[in-house]
Design a protein around this ligand. Structure first.
Ligand code: PMP
Length: 322
């Protein structure tokens, strides 16, 4: 990952990729107190464009504020830096990871005078998930690890340290032969996948967990808008139990990296068996709601707006001109 050409942005300067190192006593390395984003850019009809970069940047700044990390950069500067990062690295279909972390001025939980740093890395992502894999989707296992409680961590913040919990859950499921995990909140209601939100469809209505124990995903928000405004569906945010996922007609997960992936099986139950959904491992039906939402999300991110999606043009920010 590190021995290659390219440029990273750090605190307003450009660092050669190979030389972009940080001190071993960097506070965030020791305690996980930091925050980050995952943002994507896609090739559009008029060149590369960032998808919902304003919302991602706002969530980054909100994360820092919630963690009480002071920052001297504002949203406009960080958006410009993300655009420049793509231009400088000659990237089009890309993933960006802006990260806010604390410096090496002190160790220990009471360290004072720590400096705040911001870095942005970007790399080529291409078609991260092939169309075949996007149609086959995931077999998942409910995790024995609980997701966040609101008095344990800040669910609105995308905090580095939160991902220990995600990785414990994901790694357990992967070792057991599954693709993904579904995490429950401490009371046993469905929270989210390891790095994606969850939706289920039952009798033509979409349901997704409210955001007490999961990240307020930007893809989740995009899918809610597309489902309501383009497909005219009802979408309900509420507490959901794991057996509701077993009994769903369709289910899927959403995230910036995953986009929208069908959830085909949970704990050995074939989701949608009752309504004749193809077996896990076979492609989903092209007329399923999951496939239709995948298509809409694909078009909106790639700037293929047509007449029906014109209202979402504001989600796209051109990269050039920064
Ligand atoms: N939950 C978690 C824990 C995540 O890491 C992510 C990925 N950022 C998501 C949900 C989905 O969020 P988004 O759609 O904003 O990428």
């Amino acid at each position: 990952l590190y021995d290659r050409d390219g440029w990273l942005w750090q605190d307003g300067d450009w660092l050669a990729w190979r030389e972009a190192t940080t001190h071993l006593l960097t506070h965030t390395l020791h305690y996980g107190m930091g925050c980050f984003e995952g943002v994507r850019a896609y090739a559009g009809p008029d060149g590369a464009q960032l998808f919902r970069v304003a919302e991602h940047t706002r969530r980054l700044l909100d994360s820092a504020h919630a963690l009480d990390i002071p920052l001297s950069f504002g949203a406009d500067e960080l958006i410009t830096a993300q655009r420049q990062c793509l231009i400088r690295n000659d990237l089009t279909n890309a993933y960006l990871k802006p990260t806010i972390y604390l410096g090496a001025e002190g160790l220990g939980l009471r360290a004072k005078g720590l400096t705040t740093h911001v870095m942005i890395a970007a790399w080529d992502l291409g078609d991260y998930i092939s169309p075949e894999a996007a149609s086959i989707g995931l077999r998942a296992l409910t995790s024995s690890w609980a997701r966040h409680h609101v008095n344990i961590s800040l669910c609105r913040a995308k905090t580095n340290g939160h991902y220990v919990n995600s990785m414990l859950a994901l790694n357990t499921a992967v070792k057991a032969g599954f693709d993904e995990t579904i995490m429950l909140d401490p009371e046993g209601h469905v929270a989210e996948a390891s790095a994606a939100n969850v939706f289920l469809l039952r009798d033509g209505v979409l349901h997704t967990p409210e955001v007490t124990s999961c990240l307020q995903g930007i893809t989740r928000d995009s899918v809610i808008h597309l489902a309501r405004e383009v497909l005219g569906l009802e979408v309900i945010e509420r507490r959901i139990t794991r057996d509701e996922l077993y009994l769903a007609d369709e289910a899927f997960v959403t995230g910036t990296a995953a986009e929208l992936l069908p959830l085909r099986e949970l704990d050995g139950r074939h989701i949608g068996a009752r309504t004749g959904a193809p077996a896990p491992g076979e492609p989903i039906a092209p007329d399923s709601l999951t496939a239709r939402l995948q298509g809409l999300y694909r078009r909106v991110t790639r700037g293929e707006l047509g007449d029906d999606l014109q209202g979402f043009a504001g989600w796209l920010t051109p990269v050039q001109g920064a």
